[in-house]
Ligand binder design. Structure first.
Ligand SMILES: *[C@@H]1O[C@H](CO)[C@@H](O)[C@H](O)[C@H]1NC(C)=O
Ligand SMILES: *[C@@H]1O[C@H](CO)[C@@H](O)[C@H](O)[C@H]1NC(C)=O
Ligand SMILES: *[C@@H]1O[C@H](CO)[C@@H](O)[C@H](O)[C@H]1NC(C)=O
Length: 516
């Protein structure tokens, strides 16, 4: 230790040997290391010819088995981050993110942020090198760092140039990702200012399309493929708008998903995969642009809808539903399918009134009417059940389900009325039952206000569809229905299968070990 003091003294006169002695302290005992951790950075800039040795010595300290020495060394690490040394320091700090010591972890984060402010691109270089080549744990932590910290950085740091660099690097990473990583990376990109424009969102959709394998058929039995498609669609969904179209996804759902809907394997056991798919389709259908095979796809969609809109018992051509058997009405499915059909049908109004297909409309109207009757019975039941209930009374699980059920049935009612027009109309707008109500989206615009979703108030005004015989024709759904009604919120679920390297894009065997 005495030696060290002398060295320090010599340092004031910028003596190279003295600095070298301090560097050697790294190989000494705890006290020497501790002093070295403080003094190596302090005098680093005075000895450019020893820069490499100094950095290496400091890095040794960053890996010391004593956590207090590590923390001290890490704290000082940003001091070495000048000029060409910065990317290297960034690289090391990124690797240090793998620590399990939370104080050390926070220190690494702080250090990374401080060098980010010195040189954003240099720091990103280090981060992305590790994301692309580092160990799994480092890659994971580095992606997490980006996804949580970038948005906290000031605007003068996150310049257009920096954002462009991030976009370019993330595109490289996306060539081989797990589903979980994909979601995080998309979140990073979606947060970049320069991608908030129409063309920015369009570029993001392109990235999702590449991940989604839309040029391949979907194997309904492969849960991983189904998962991938769902994940990608969910990522794309918030990007769609009047100007950024969902056409390729909607087309894919019509051509490859709907025909095999009942065979889809759910990636998550408790998920109603069919409903999930139909909800996504419904949400996307609003933003579908010009579709190449519109009529073919509309027909697929229409036929799927008919599966869920039965003919009254005894009226089926093949005697389907003959006898006493009551078909079950799947309101949640029908809301989605009817909405999607209403959206796409708008683009081809002739579909239902085609002279060649007069039977189609006739048959459809019978189904609409039958469904509407059952609907009225159920709406009345729901309204009676909810009548007078406000506040906390509506917050019980059972009543929440009924409130949603009422939204669904009201939505279906509006759509059925529209399609029942002569000729069928496509004008009404609704807010899908699982979406938050938007002020602009008035439910069933032309209807009296009493018909709105809110229960309790004006429940008397049941729509003027035929009511006679409703009870005889149709047994309203009971508890079984309630259990399946869509209280499932996919946004809260990760829905990921397996871990890294499994399922989605099993990433190759990346080189292990630190690279410095
Ligand atoms: C439906 O799934 C089968 C495999 O089970 C597949 O051969 C067929 O191509 C799928 N249909 C569509 C339209 O993708
Ligand atoms: C959905 O409803 C079922 C049946 O009431 C309930 O068990 C489940 O916890 C609900 N899920 C959510 C996410 O609220
Ligand atoms: C990955 O690398 C490890 C260690 O080098 C090796 O044991 C393992 O078999 C490799 N896995 C694959 C899929 O190549």
């Amino acid at each position: 230790l005495h030696c060290l003091y002398i060295s320090l003294l010599l340092l004031f006169f910028q003596h190279k040997d003295a600095y070298q002695a301090i560097l050697d302290g790294v190989k000494g005992g705890p006290k020497e290391k501790c002093l070295a951790a403080q003094f190596i950075p302090k005098f680093f800039s005075h000895f450019p010819e020893l820069a490499d040795a100094a950095i290496n010595a400091q890095l040794d300290l960053c890996e010391d088995e004593d956590v207090s020495i590590r923390r001290q060394a890490i704290k000082e690490l940003p001091r070495f981050a000048a000029g060409e040394n910065l990317p290297r320091v960034a690289d090391i700090l990124t690797q240090l993110l793998q620590t399990d010591d939370s104080a050390e972890f926070n220190q690494v984060n702080t250090a990374l942020i401080s060098i980010f402010k010195i040189d954003a691109k240099g720091t990103l270089g280090g981060l992305f090198t590790q994301i692309l080549q580092g160990e799994d744990i480092v890659r994971e932590r580095a992606i997490k760092f980006l996804s949580t910290k970038l948005k906290t950085l000031p605007e003068e740091v996150m310049t257009k140039e920096v954002e462009d660099f991030i976009f370019t690097e993330i595109k490289k990473v996306l060539e081989d990702v797990t589903g979980e990583e994909f979601v995080l990376l998309m979140r990073i990109l979606a947060g970049l200012k320069s991608l908030q424009t129409v063309s920015g969102r369009q570029q993001l959709v392109e990235l999702v399309v590449e991940q989604a394998f839309l040029e391949q058929a979907l194997n309904p039995a492969d849960a991983d493929s189904v998962d991938r498609l769902l994940q990608c669609t969910r990522q794309a969904l918030p990007l769609f708008s009047k100007n950024v179209h969902s056409t390729r996804f909607v087309t894919y759902f019509c051509e490859h998903v709907l025909p095999n809907l009942s065979m889809l394997t759910s990636p998550v056991a408790e998920l109603d995969i069919q409903l999930e798919v139909l909800k996504l389709l419904a949400e996307m259908s609003r933003f579908c642009g010009d579709m190449e095979k519109l009529e073919t796809n509309l027909k697929i969609l229409f036929e799927k809808l008919l599966e869920f809109m039965p003919l009254p018992p005894g009226e089926g051509e093949n005697g389907e539903h003959s006898g006493n058997e009551e078909p079950r009405l799947q309101f949640s499915y029908v809301e989605c399918l009817l909405f999607s059909f209403h959206q796409l049908g708008k683009k081809l109004p002739d579909f239902l009134i085609d002279k060649i297909n007069t039977e189609r409309l006739k048959d459809f109207k019978i189904r609409l009417q039958y469904f509407a009757r059952g609907l009225q019975v159920y709406i009345r039941q729901l309204r009676v059940a909810l009548q007078g209930k406000t506040g906390d009374a509506l917050k019980t699980e059972e009543n929440k389900i009924k409130v949603v059920a009422l939204k669904i049935t009201n939505n279906i009612n509006v759509l059925i009325k529209d399609l029942f027009h002569n000729p069928p109309s496509y004008k009404s707008t609704i807010t899908l039952s699982w979406k938050p109500v938007q002020k602009m989206d008035v439910v069933g615009q032309k209807r009296p206000s009493g018909e709105e979703v809110a229960p309790g108030s004006a429940m008397k005004k049941v729509s003027p569809l035929p009511r006679r015989d409703a009870r005889q024709i149709y047994n309203p759904p009971s508890g079984k229905y309630s259990a399946t009604i869509g209280n499932f919120s996919y946004e809260q679920r990760g829905g990921f299968r397996g871990g890294r390297g499994r399922g989605w894009g099993g990433r190759g065997n990346r080189s292990r070990g630190r690279i410095y």
